[in-house]
Design a binder for this molecule. Structure first.
Ligand SMILES: [Zn+2]
Length: 239
């Protein structure tokens, strides 16, 4: 069985060393109980396994170089280079959600400020709208208001979209991927978010302007994680 968990999975120590959004997972002894339940378990970072799912079953099928971003409560990142998961030297690569895009930005759960996920996430949208109006609403409710013409709601999505574009510009500049695939709740906000993001990306990234990089929305969405974990577990189990 394959299992995707949020945080830094250390393959040799068989544990999550740090999970900013689910603190009780940090350094918890989960490997033995998992082995007992499933007899054979393969674990990896959840966003990386979502990228794996997108590669086997989704829009990244046949691609060698792509980046997957899950846009939800936070931002997860999965990087495929040369047809393989890019793990980095310790297995921690792909923490794109903690790429800093705003030096003086919102505080992040990881201890830094202005991380991509602190600026572009469900929480950030709620916070940005609250700062303008004093109202606490979900991103979906704010999107609805924006479509009805609410100025603060439109500005909230415009700003968040631009910041998404800022982050995408760095991702595209660094990796020159075939595609960046977006999934998760915010990826479904449509033009409200994606239009300002693409405009900002075009303005800021000459790699984007000169390449064929596609910005795609996942068609399998949250199924990618489950399918990716299953496919990864299958591959690891029969290695
Ligand atoms: Zn962070």
């Amino acid at each position: 069985v394959g299992i995707g968990l949020p945080g830094l999975w250390h393959e040799e120590k068989k544990r999550i060393l740090f999970s900013p959004n689910i603190p009780f997972l940090s350094n918890a002894d989960i490997w033995e109980p998992l082995q007992k339940i499933f007899s054979k378990a393969a674990v990896h970072n959840d966003a990386t396994l979502a990228a794996y799912g997108e590669w086997v079953f989704g829009k990244a099928k046949g691609m060698k170089d792509f980046v997957l971003l899950t846009l939800g409560t936070g931002i997860g990142g999965g990087i495929f280079l040369n047809g393989k998961i890019y793990t980095g030297s310790c297995g921690f690569a792909g923490e794109i959600g903690h790429m800093i895009i705003n030096y003086n930005g919102y505080k992040c759960e990881c201890g830094s400020t202005g991380c991509f996920e602190a600026e572009v996430s469900a929480k950030a949208i709620t916070k940005r709208y609250f700062e303008k109006t004093g109202l606490i609403l979900t991103p979906r409710e704010i999107a609805q208001k924006a479509r009805q013409g609410d100025k603060a709601a439109k500005e909230t999505y415009e700003t968040t979209g631009k910041l998404l574009g800022v982050g995408l510009a760095s991702v595209v500049n660094i990796f020159d991927p075939e595609a960046v695939i977006l999934m998760g709740g915010l990826s479904l906000a449509g033009d409200l978010l994606i239009k300002p993001a693409k405009e900002e990306l075009r303005k800021r990234s000459y790699v984007y302007r000169n390449s064929q990089v596609k910005i795609l929305i996942s068609a399998i969405q949250d199924k990618a994680g489950v399918l990716g974990a299953a496919a990864y577990g299958w591959k690891e189990g029969f290695r």
